[in-house]
Design a protein around this ligand. Structure first.
Ligand code: XUL
Ligand code: CO
Length: 438
């Protein structure tokens, strides 16, 4: 059965096309900076927002009613969603998907039954993957929605909740391995606190690290070679999330000797919520060698919460792809649209239009970023700005050949040379020029 009968495969028609169901900038097989666009961008669909989201918000129930949700039997519904999801990905030319255990199969009364149903649905996914060649970018476990996770999962004060979360994650890693997932994501849904008045932060952080170490050990044991990723987010649902931002996660990983096993899954709006730019978070991951993958959705700058919107700002995607290219591009990672259509965008074709918007915006960003790097626009400027460290006293500082006494002697004799302008406005103008002309 086809769910999107009116829609064919979305094709590249170029920037002059007026056909909304076409790509204007994303030309999958076109080579940009030595690689086909599809291999640079590695677009992924998020199962949860695309196939289970019904438009609910805190003020109202569903506004989105999908044909694949019509059956009352929740296992049949999960299987119908698999067929709809693969038809959608094929038609939208999306090569990867990401999932939580809870999105792909309905939970049952106990863990054993939940896992049995999960296996049943995973088998249908496996068949669809074999039929289409679509791959799994990453899997994860939902350790935040269920009531038992009210006080956290690995950071819960209740040890039996820690055990249950571990069991759930064990299974999710196994399923990810079975589906050939290239990564496994940890997003600490409720790993944080609401108030310090009832919280032992020291024990909670130790336990968080214990759970991650167990995951590392178990992956080794079963031969799961996918990359482990941590997705930083500063707030929501808890007031303070332990994985606040890249720098905080790095400090945590280093304290517990976990850094070799984890990279970052950077989400654009999580950066915004931490009062950083998307580019900042990607930059921090890149310079620390922990750049892994991207959740490409954006927020609304007027709102302080996680709106999970499809990205349409070329400015942001240009600077994001600039960092991704400087990081050497994606290896196991990709661009996952952890994004949902607005509550008011309830038609089936809105799903296609939303993904087209996001994919075209990133494709355009890639084109601009590749040109900026090819021309060395910012690299040359930056190299010149720091040239005082390439010779003389600067070289001695970097080489560790001088300390306070030598520097005092230097300063007493030489004083300081004049500073040069940072030229921010000029650089911003050049960036605009590249966005408009590339
Ligand atoms: C939550 C979020 C998650 C993770 C996976 O803000 O982004 O959906 O991407 O659990
Ligand atoms: Co995300």
């Amino acid at each position: 059965m086809a769910y999107f009968e009116q829609i064919g495969t979305i094709a590249y028609e170029g920037p002059k096309s007026k056909n909304p169901l076409s790509f204007k900038y994303y030309n999958p097989s076109e080579v940009v900076a030595g690689k086909q666009m599809k291999d640079h961008l590695r677009f992924a669909m998020s199962w949860w927002h695309t196939f289970t989201h019904r438009g609910n918000d805190p003020f109202g129930g569903p506004t989105i009613f999908r044909p694949w949700d019509e059956t009352a039997d929740d296992i049949a519904r999960a299987k119908a969603r698999v067929h709809a999801a693969f038809e959608f990905m094929e038609k939208a030319q999306i090569g990867y998907f990401c999932f939580h255990d809870a999105d792909i199969a309905p939970r049952q009364g106990n863990l054993l039954e939940t896992n049995r149903v999960l296996d049943e649905v995973v088998e249908v996914i496996r068949q669809e993957m074999a039929r289409t060649g679509i791959k799994c970018l990453w899997g994860t476990s939902n350790c935040f929605s269920d009531e038992k996770f009210v006080h956290g999962a690995s950071t819960s004060p209740n040890a039996s909740v820690f055990a249950y979360a571990a069991a759930q994650i064990k299974k999710a890693i196994e399923v990810t391995q079975l589906l050939g997932g290239e990564n496994y994501v940890f997003w600490g849904g409720r790993e944080g606190y609401e108030t310090l008045l009832n919280t032992n932060t020291s024990l909670e952080l130790d336990n968080f690290a214990r759970l991650l170490q167990m995951a590392v050990d178990y992956a080794k044991k079963i031969g799961f070679t996918g990359q482990f990723l941590i997705e930083p987010k500063p707030k929501e649902p808890t007031k303070h999330q332990y994985d606040f931002d890249t720098a905080t996660v790095l400090a945590f990983l280093r304290k517990y000797h976990l850094e070799p096993y984890f990279k970052m899954n950077i989400e654009a709006n999580h950066a915004t919520l931490a009062a950083h730019t998307f580019q900042h978070e990607l930059n921090m991951a890149r310079i620390n060698g922990v750049f892994g993958s991207v959740d490409a959705n954006t927020g609304d700058p007027m709102l302080g919460w996680d709106t999970d919107q499809f990205p349409t700002s070329i400015y942001d995607t240009t600077l994001a792809m600039y960092e991704v290219l400087l990081a050497g591009g994606f290896t196991t990672g990709g661009l996952n649209f952890d994004a949902k259509v607005r509550r008011g965008s309830f038609q089936e074709d809105d799903l296609f239009l939303a993904y087209i918007a996001g994919m075209d915006t990133f494709a355009k960003g890639l084109r601009v970023a590749a040109k900026l790097i090819e021309d060395g626009v910012f690299e040359q400027f930056i190299a010149k700005r720091y040239e005082s460290y390439a010779e003389g006293i600067g070289k001695d500082i970097i080489g560790g050949r001088v300390g306070f006494s030598e520097l005092e002697a230097y300063a007493l004799i030489h004083g300081v040379t004049p500073n040069t302008s940072g030229r921010q406005e000029y650089l911003e103008t050049v960036l605009n020029q590249y966005i408009l002309e590339s």
